[in-house]
Design a protein around this ligand. Sequence first.
Ligand code: ADP
Length: 482
Amino acid sequence: MPRVLHAASELFPLVKTGGLADVAAALPPALARNGVDARVLVPGYPAVMAAAERMEPVARLADRFGAGQAWLLAGTLRDVGVRAYVIDAPDLFDRPGGPYSDEHGHERRDNWARFALLGRAAADLAAGADPAWRPDIVHAHDWQAGLAPAYMRADGTIGVASLITVHNLAYQGNSPPSVFDRLGLPAGYFTVEGAEFYGQVSYLKAGLMFADRISTVSRTYAEEIQTQEGGFGLDGVLRARSGVLSGIVNGIDTNVWDPARDLHLPTSYSRHAMAGKAVARRTLAAELGIAPPPRGPIFGVVSRLTPLKGLDLLLAAVDELIAADGALALLGAGDAELEAYFLAAQDRHPGRIGVRLGYDEALAHRIIAGCDIVLVPSRAEPCGLTQLYGLRYGSLPLVRRTGGLADTVVNADPADRAAGTATGFVFDDATPEALAGTLAWAAELFADQQAWQAMQQTAMAVPVGWDRAARDYAALYAGMLA
Ligand code: ADP
């Protein structure tokens, strides 16, 4: 069994700001079911230390980066289904606030030190810091763990391979050049061939340059980040390393997102017993004050409201949505301007548009289940989760062809419908016209309920859980060790 150490700065349910936390928590147990001995390494934030129930010190960490007294602990964390290593370094991690920001929302000024220690500790484990368990592979996630492959290379660690996964290329962990001298890396590593990025130190670039392999969260995103448009300045690096770059789509937690067991729904349903979906639709319409259109679909959106999510396109196409006899159920939070525009759209189309602002897990489930079509018009989307929820719940996704959306939704063109492989609707151009045309087309298809139900059956059978992703990672690891 290959031993794989995941180095991550977030871990659900203890510390989460984004999807990285879900991956760090869900992937290792899924790997264990697929023949991989996976463990996770996380910083000892207060929430992590509070969950450290049975943890033993395995190694004392050298006093680096202002960490002072620091220990590497090993054991189990409450509510985490994988064995964990915790960096117990109170001077760096025992602070109120979030993992990257203080309690006032200001980014911490010594994040360079905190995440240098994460990379350093991963490399220490690769070098044998725990005599009882040494990884064959260090799997670093995002910039926060990006220095791990650099330290492994600098240490001359042999027999341990490294992989870095990019969850979102926009976050790169860049610091002023003076930081480099404090990292304990060879001077030669601060060059274009190493961690140097336009004069700064980039932890992500270090990972991209020094890791044996690079992966990202969908195949299409792996292509897009090699272009100037999607590369955030790192496209050249990624093109140079394209031979070791691959994409694996994330899974969703099918214990939480399963219409047959979803406690947020009025009635459960499944592929074989769909009556509960009609109940979910009626209940949702009532909850949001929508009169369910007699023949048209309810479009559902659960999203952060940011320009990258393409919801300004939806605003510009909302009249066409209504004209196609559609209704809209939207839950979102974010950009104040977008929030105001959606409330105004609701006022303009009473009974057809229901908007809720804020973060509401339960309502998110009821929208995904109760709508007919999950809308995800993103400009960019490394992987995306809500379209996967939509597949699982028989709420056919309507998405823009980008990133993980392109990889997970099969457009309802005639050939794929005939072959029984179509699962949703895909449009190309990030324009209101392209979206409006596809909305109208989907609404037309919705009127043919027999065809619609056939597509729902296909969508709901698509494997979207973590086991599929884990098998792909296990194959990637096997290739690295061969
Ligand atoms: P991103 O990570 O870019 O926001 P994803 O689609 O990968 O996009 O993940 C978004 C996650 O956050 C999904 O699980 C979605 O259900 C959830 N979510 C987003 N906005 C809300 C909201 N307002 N209320 C509840 N859940 C939300």
